[in-house]
Design a protein. Structure first.
Length: 100
């Protein structure tokens, strides 16, 4: 089965913010962050149930080398990435907490 993957607006915003942080001249890891994000995205597309569920419907895929996780749901052949969440942040204090 072929899966399509879509990023919800919240996830897109979080990814853009993380990329901007890592792409600063003093860090210069933006491209590495993006490459890792693409690597995890490929794994999710190939086998969306590979990563553990944190809720009956929500899965979490951790990025390597970066403290971020992709939270996503699978609905038929569509994978929706809900969030690219920084692992050291409190979910209750993040702007838009609870939004999808």
């Amino acid at each position: 089965m072929s899966f399509s993957l879509v990023f919800k607006p919240r996830a897109e915003t979080e990814i853009a913010e993380a990329f901007a942080w890592y792409d600063q001249p003093t860090i210069m890891q933006g491209e590495t962050f993006f490459a890792e994000l693409e690597r995890v995205e490929r794994f999710i597309r190939l086998n969306p149930l590979l990563y553990p569920g944190v809720d009956p419907a929500i899965h979490r895929a951790n990025l390597h080398r970066f403290p971020y996780s992709l939270f996503y749901v699978v609905d038929g052949s569509v994978i929706s990435v809900l969030s690219c969440f920084h692992q050291h942040r409190d979910p209750g204090t993040q702007p838009g907490a609870g939004d999808t």
